[in-house]
Design a protein around this ligand. Structure first.
Ligand code: XMP
Length: 318
């Protein structure tokens, strides 16, 4: 039977009401599609009982906070912004292992939510977890591919009870629900963005310097691919971004030797994120991105193009 978003919304509203009873819930939007749809669904189900927050963890894309605020405003969602950048970056300092990074981020999110929840007698955490998040996080005989921050990255002990209305859905179904809920296209068609943010696009240790690099590089890739799609030079990828490698390489700037960071361009076609093929970006578009990245980010000396499918790769680098 084809997925019916209207039916899903009706059923889901009933389930959320039943689950929460009189209790209040906290939910966070991250700028991604899933969290936004979950928050919109929750506000429809239990309007007076849901507290919606946006945690600025310092791992968001360039200009993201402003974009999220604007989108929320456009659909009448009131957001509380929590600035937790220092807390996240302190917790991640010196950590290089990808699974440790994911667990630290998952736990820090939950502790921030719990502190917020105490102020408002909140019993539940509503999350935009979707099927690939828990499938890839492992358990029940499955291998852990990566601990998604909102599943395998959650701490063992939590004060809040979980409510996950999108748990059985895949991304394309979440988009249909977003559309049926009346969200703007700029939200429900937005490319996916991982909950742990740019942390999984910096391979190895996260520093402020690397965060600044990756924000600029992601912004250049998004802008240039956006232009190329508008000019019909290529089809819109499912997801497209830049990642930063921990290794520096040798180059020349002017007449001098350089030893600088390496940025990777990644763009994929996919339906649900479970498998993916690398997007075919025309050489002239790749060339423009490479020139812009090395000209505008003076600490980057080399740009690579990732031509790995999933499997054997994953979409994000960590
Ligand atoms: P991978 O890298 O596993 O990603 O091929 C599949 C899709 O999931 C996104 N992703 C995440 N989303 N929490 C999320 O909400 C996470 O921890 C997480 N890790 C990866 C990724 O961006 C891609 O769209």
């Amino acid at each position: 039977m084809p997925f019916d978003p209207e039916n899903f919304i009706e059923q889901s509203i009933e389930d959320i009401r039943k689950k929460l009873g009189d209790e209040h819930a906290i939910t966070a939007v991250s700028g991604g599609v899933d969290s936004f749809v979950a928050a919109a669904l929750a506000s429809k189900a239990v309007p007076g009982q849901v507290h919606i927050v946006y945690v600025d963890n310092g791992l968001m894309r360039k200009g993201e906070t402003g974009k999220v605020m604007k989108a929320a405003e456009s659909v009448g969602i009131g957001l509380k912004v929590i600035n937790a950048k220092k807390r996240f970056l302190d917790a991640l300092e010196g950590v290089t292992d990808p699974e440790k990074k994911r667990k630290i981020i998952g736990e820090t999110f939950v502790r921030v939510f719990e502190e917020e929840a105490k102020k408002d007698r909140v019993g539940f955490l509503i999350q935009g977890t979707i099927a690939p998040d828990w499938i890839e996080s492992g358990g029940m005989g499955r291998d852990t591919i990566k601990s998604h921050h909102n599943v395998g990255g959650l701490p063992e002990k939590m004060d809040l009870k979980l409510c996950e209305p999108l748990r059985e859905l895949y991304k394309h179904e979440v988009r249909e629900v977003g559309k049926a809920l009346g969200l703007p296209e700029s939200i429900y068609q937005r490319q996916p963005f991982p909950g742990p943010g740019l942390a999984v696009r910096i391979v190895g240790e996260i520093t402020e310097e690397k965060l600044d690099i990756i924000k600029e590089a992601c912004n250049i890739v998004e802008t240039e691919i956006g232009h190329a799609v508008a000019e019909e030079k290529m089809e819109m990828p499912w997801q497209y971004f830049a990642a930063l490698l921990p290794s520096k390489t040798v180059g020349v700037r002017g007449d001098e030797r350089s030893y600088q960071y390496t940025v990777v361009i990644r763009a994929v076609r996919s339906l649900d994120g479970m498998t993916a093929n690398f997007s075919h970006i025309p050489p002239e578009v790749l060339g423009r991105m490479s020139t812009r990245i090395t000209n505008e980010i003076r600490t980057v000396g080399r740009v690579l193009y990732d031509i790995t499918n999933k499997p054997p790769g994953t979409i994000e680098m960590e």
